[in-house]
Design a protein around this ligand. Structure first.
Ligand code: FE2
Length: 304
């Protein structure tokens, strides 16, 4: 039997936003990302590295993740993933020429994951013609083959979603928090995706995304800038025991959270053994809550 193909990294994230300008200011000032372009419809591209973009913020009457884009190695891997998704009973739509141009990729497929989350898989990401130039002093982001960072989404059925990402898209489970959360990797980043169990009152699909800096000072600088801007913190600085990132969570203009981080450990699939954490051990230290009414406050990351 042929070995199954898998995705290789979190390539891009699309956001639907009622306040694109607010996002542009937030991402530029707090995270240090570079605004790299604007489409005719007002969608704004943000860079983190040598790629044309990593985030695409779309004007909308809603605030939430619009789609998540996972990368595969090449066109053969894209064809294989498309077949695997179809085999799982999920309809796959090939990306149009316009889709691929706007996403700056060579190949693209689109489908809804088992929770209904808009999902894209692509190959051939376009490299920007000019060097990355952060919008503020910054050591830059740890991206490359590791991808953007991680995306954490609320899903109504963690087990169902876990099976899809593991058995169809090729992820491996890194660890769990008892009964409600799965952290999954597709490269040596501890997790590129985490699945949180949604309650009946889920308002948004995304809990948070994480970006990881090359130096810890950028976490402190982002914290200082967010504080001066009056942004709301979902949690203040602390360290997680699973990926071991030192981070804080700040509420972005769409009301979900952005985790600014440094210091994660890598996963070596030859040696890794799945671990389980209790809700009481999701922080080595700190991560005290900030604003209490955000969706992240209900996250298993936070002490109850
Ligand atoms: Fe996170």
């Amino acid at each position: 039997m042929a070995e199954k193909s898998g995705v290789s990294q979190l390539g891009y994230i699309g956001v639907n936003a009622t306040d694109v300008q607010g996002w542009t200011s937030f991402m530029g000032e707090v995270t240090g990302m570079q605004v790299s372009g604007k489409a005719d419809d007002g969608s704004t591209y943000l860079r983190m590295d040598d790629r044309q973009y990593r985030f695409l913020i779309h004007p909308s009457d809603q605030d939430d993740v619009a789609y998540i884009g996972w990368q595969v190695a090449d066109e053969a891997a894209l064809d294989a993933i498309a077949a695997q998704v179809e085999e799982a009973g999920i309809k796959v739509t090939p990306g149009s020429k316009e889709d691929m141009e706007s996403k700056h990729v060579l190949g693209l497929i689109k489908f809804d994951d088992p929770s209904g989350l808009k999902t894209e898989v692509f190959c051939g990401a376009q490299v920007a013609t000019r060097p990355y130039y952060p919008s503020r002093s910054s050591s830059g982001f740890k991206t490359g083959d590791l991808g953007i960072g991680h995306a954490v989404v609320w899903v109504p059925d963690v087990d169902k979603s876990l099976r899809f990402y593991r058995d169809v898209l090729g992820f491996t489970v890194s660890d769990n928090i008892w009964g409600r959360t799965a952290f999954m990797h597709c490269n040596s980043r501890h997790h590129s995706l985490a699945l949180f169990a949604a309650g009946p009152n889920m308002k948004q699909r995304m809990n948070h995304f994480m970006v990881q800096y090359n130096q810890i000072d950028d976490v402190g600088l982002a914290y200082d800038i967010a504080d001066k801007r009056g942004d709301q913190f979902a949690t203040h600085i602390g360290r997680h025991p699973n990926d071991q990132n030192i981070s804080f969570y700040v509420v972005n203009p769409s009301g979900f959270n952005t985790e600014c981080a440094w210091g994660a450990r890598d996963v070596d699939d030859m040696l890794w053994e799945t671990e389980v954490y209790s809700r009481a051990t999701t922080n080595y230290w700190a991560h005290p809550r900030g604003r209490s009414e955000t969706n992240a406050a209900a996250s298993p990351f936070n002490r109850s």
